[in-house]
Design a protein around this ligand. Structure first.
Ligand SMILES: [Zn+2]
Length: 484
């Protein structure tokens, strides 16, 4: 019995969409279904910076020396922060996600000419500035720390066959229009032994990381969403206009890649999964084609898909991770979780990466849309399977509750999936049917274009729909699925 329960738990965890999503399908056996110094601040008399506003992103630069075998890294990080708000900032909030894990983050330096003092509290460090940072001004921060990765099957931690680095470095969150930092607490769900959904909201930034290894490990491969350029003693990773910089590293990866109309698509699977890489790349190229058509162009020149040594799936920027179990159960038919979940995670390159949102408070803005993108994928490539998709993906599971639940409203993963993902997909389908494809799909594309590289809200989404469809009562449709 215990074994059965474990099997059910395993299945229910691995069939998930992005975070702790799971598509537990009824049949366990059947696999049916079932990613210093402060530069001189411009004084009020300085002329405006020549840099175009569109280029004024915060810059993150890292020097990382990784000890893969001992699961640790020494990091020097320099953040050139730009105040993109309309407010004078007397202090800055730095979020340090690895401090959610005991002893994982050991800081030896936090300095900068603009820093007067700082206070650490949980995952947050509040930095008092020596003088307020005005809109458009920059402040440079230098950090030195050691990461001691926790042993856990998740997006931050190591297992016997993989090291995952997601949300691994200190960052400055976005400021809301009300001049408050968008920073929330993680919510742990013991049922999945992980956090519920995501609690981090990232501003668009530019990233550069130099990776060096303390020892040469033959066969070690590094997957990331960044462009990799070999340098004398390591590799330089560059990723611009991105929400985050993540890595997945393994000595057991097999890599296969294609150049798909100028887009580099890379699959990193475990060696025993070699024969699954082609299917992964093929589904990915179909999804990138369709979403580029429907949502607008993909803005990076590469995407990596990575087999994960954990039981859920996760989007990063320029990279997605799919549970290795999803690959294991791939059966060369589209009636399969790989065909469902690759499009889901790739849709997040639009709904998370290109258009950001507060993933803790308004998770439906990326998750309901990414789940519905699965349907759009089936409708386009496998129209005979749309009923199957609804039955297996949505109706076979609880699919109720307020679509606009925050992760805290949901309270646990099961409720989160039911309301935000699955009821969320039904909600988006209702919008589509009410407006019709000819209005709905262009509205989605407008939403992406209007909110490109921003943090969108419900109001932005509604505005795009209403503008495209003045004769449909969009508010009334929202009213059927949202709580106030
Ligand atoms: Zn997702």
């Amino acid at each position: 019995m215990k074994r059965f329960i474990l099997s059910v738990l395993l299945l229910s965890l691995l069939l998930s969409a992005c975070n702790k999503a799971a598509e537990p399908t009824a049949g366990v056996a059947t696999e049916t279904l079932p990613t210093e110094t402060t530069p001189p601040s411009p004084t009020p008399t300085d002329t405006p910076e020549p840099t175009p506003a569109a280029e004024a992103f915060t810059q993150y630069q890292f020097e990382m020396t990784l000890d893969y075998s001992r699961h640790s890294a020494e990091v020097i990080q320099i953040i050139d922060y730009v105040n993109k708000s309309d407010f004078n900032l007397a202090s800055l909030l730095l979020v340090v996600p690895p401090r959610a894990f005991p002893n994982a983050y050991q800081q030896s330096e936090l300095s900068g000419e603009a820093v007067a003092s700082f206070i650490e509290d949980g995952i947050r460090t509040t930095i008092q500035l020596s003088q307020p940072l005005q809109p458009g001004q920059r402040a440079t921060l230098r950090l030195a720390y050691k990461l001691v990765f926790p042993q856990r099957e998740s997006t931050f931690g190591w297992t016997q066959r993989q090291l995952n680095l997601h949300n691994w470095y200190p960052f400055f969150p976005p400021l809301s229009g009300e001049n408050t930092w968008i920073s929330h607490d993680p919510l742990f769900d013991p049922a999945i032994n992980d956090f519920v959904g995501e609690y981090i909201t990232n501003e668009i930034a530019d990233f550069q990381l130099t990776l060096r290894l303390v020892e040469n490990i033959p066969g070690l491969l590094v997957a990331s969403g960044a462009n990799a350029d070999p340098i004398a003693d390591g590799v330089l990773y560059t990723l611009n206009k991105a929400r985050s910089l993540a890595f997945s590293i393994s000595g057991q990866f097999y890599r296969e890649q294609i150049d798909h109309n100028g887009l580099l698509i890379q699959a990193y699977v475990f060696e025993y999964q070699k024969e699954k890489a082609v299917a992964m790349l093929q589904i990915a190229s179909q999804a990138m084609d369709l979403f580029g058509e429907i949502f607008g162009p993909y803005h990076q020149n590469q995407i990596s898909l990575v087999s994960a040594d954990f039981l859920h799936n996760m989007e990063m920027d320029g990279m997605v991770m799919l549970s290795s179990k999803v690959l294991d159960f791939y059966n060369n038919t589209p009636e399969n979780n790989l065909t469902i979940l690759v499009p889901h995670e790739l849709a997040h390159q639009w709904f998370y990466s290109q258009v950001g949102n507060d993933q803790a408070m308004e998770p439906w803005l990326d998750e309901a849309l990414a789940t519905y993108a699965e349907y759009l994928f089936y409708e386009h490539y496998h129209p005979e399977l749309t009923v199957w998709w609804w039955d297996n993906r949505v109706h076979a599971h609880p699919h109720a509750g307020a679509v606009n639940n925050s992760i805290y409203d949901a309270g646990n993963y099961a409720e989160y999936r039911s309301s935000v993902y699955l009821h969320g997909a039904i909600f988006v389908h209702d919008l589509n049917v009410s407006m019709g494809d000819q209005l709905f799909l262009p509205a989605l594309k407008s939403y992406v274009a209007q909110n490109y590289l921003k943090i969108a809200t419900k109001a932005d989404f509604m505005a795009a729909l209403q503008a495209a469809s003045p004769d449909v009562d969009i508010q009334a449709i929202f009213g059927r699925y949202f709580s106030d």
